[in-house]
Design a protein around this ligand. Structure first.
Ligand SMILES: CC(C)(COP(=O)(O)OP(=O)(O)OC[C@H]1O[C@@H](n2cnc3c(N)ncnc32)[C@H](O)[C@@H]1OP(=O)(O)O)[C@@H](O)C(=O)NCCC(=O)NCCS
Length: 294
């Protein structure tokens, strides 16, 4: 235990942290798999490269929130968090399975919470008992999350009007919307997300209602924010219309049943997964958080 050092992350830790993350979450998925779910697969090479690229961006943007635990050359734990205005989020957090339960997670969590400096905060949590215990003790409220899974029945797709592709010129009002829903804009994260995903926006001409959704390469809604539930539903339908094969709508908290209604209409099934942990704020709505950018 004394040999484990908890310190700020460096660029040359990224590959080791990725390996630790791949092993930790694969094992976590295996242990929490339900009998009707397929056997979890190890992270693909493409997903590993994306993880490193995403974490490199976070490390560059707010390095003080990125920590690792190392034993000699080996990364045995990681906690990557970010401050944005008066808001803090935890992008990812884990300790290698054979090193868990020895206090490393606690030290990493203390480091990232010190960086948060009392900010309100949010992250998406697994059901791991060590994780949820730590979060509640750190003052977070745990909102159970639903998710919708399955193949979209394309005969149910409604015709939606009033949407267009968005770009950097939309970030100003998108940040304002973020502030009204979660207390802070995504700021630079919008610039990162728009490079990697399709951005679809809704903005009524009289500006009375607006919203946006990022849709990933598989047609999944990765982050959605709206000023009203009907705009949120239009945006989610747009994402579902581009879904290929089995799809997933994640991070649906109780206040966001408008998303459950869309999912059911599209003939998706309701599942349950983890918690949205928040501190100093309520659960955002109408809003579907992104797992890594919240
Ligand atoms: C969550 C995680 C990072 C915690 O790291 P860790 O090194 O195991 O944590 P610690 O040993 O510091 O223990 C943290 C607390 O959880 C408790 N705990 C740890 N493992 C536990 C378990 N299996 N069951 C119940 N409590 C547990 C500890 O007693 C401790 O509580 P305390 O501080 O009140 O004494 C680690 O277990 C992990 O990587 N889990 C799998 C991935 C995951 O779920 N990550 C969270 C993503 S949101």
């Amino acid at each position: 235990m004394e040999s484990v050092q908890v310190r700020l992350m460096r660029e040359d830790d990224l590959a080791g942290a990725e390996r630790a993350s791949a092993v930790t979450f694969h094992e976590g998925d295996r242990l929490t798999r339900r009998v009707n779910e397929p056997e979890p697969q190890p992270r693909s090479e493409t997903a590993s490269a994306q993880w490193i690229e995403r974490m490199r961006y976070l490390l560059t943007t707010d390095p003080g929130g990125c920590w690792v635990a190392t034993d000699g050359e080996e990364v045995v734990g990681f906690a990557i968090s970010q401050n944005r205005e008066r808001f803090w989020y935890l992008a990812t957090y884990g300790v290698l399975p054979d090193r868990q339960g020895g206090g490393i997670g606690r030290r990493l969590m203390d480091a990232v919470l010190a960086h948060a400096d009392g900010r309100q905060g949010m992250f998406s949590s697994t059901v791991h008992p060590g994780a949820t215990r730590r979060y509640r003790l750190a003052g977070f409220t745990l909102y159970p999350q639903l998710r919708m899974v399955g193949e979209v029945d394309r005969s149910t797709l409604p015709s939606i009007t009033g949407l267009r592709d968005g770009d950097a010129a939309d970030f100003g009002w998108m940040d304002e919307l973020d502030r009204s829903l979660r207390g802070a804009g995504h700021g630079p994260d919008h610039g990162y997300l728009v490079k990697n995903m399709r951005l679809v926006v809704a903005r009524r001409r009289d500006r009375s209602a607006h919203g946006y959704v990022y849709v990933d390469s598989r047609g999944r809604a990765a982050l959605l924010a709206a000023s009203s539930e009907d705009i949120a539903q239009d945006l989610l339908w747009e994402a579902l219309a581009s879904a290929q094969g089995d799809t997933l709508v994640n991070c649906i908290t109780t206040a966001n049943h408008w998303a459950v209604d869309v999912g059911l209409a599209a003939k998706l099934d309701i599942g349950q997964e983890g918690y949205l942990a928040v501190r100093g704020m309520g659960e955002p709505a109408p809003y579907l958080a992104s797992g890594h950018f919240l």
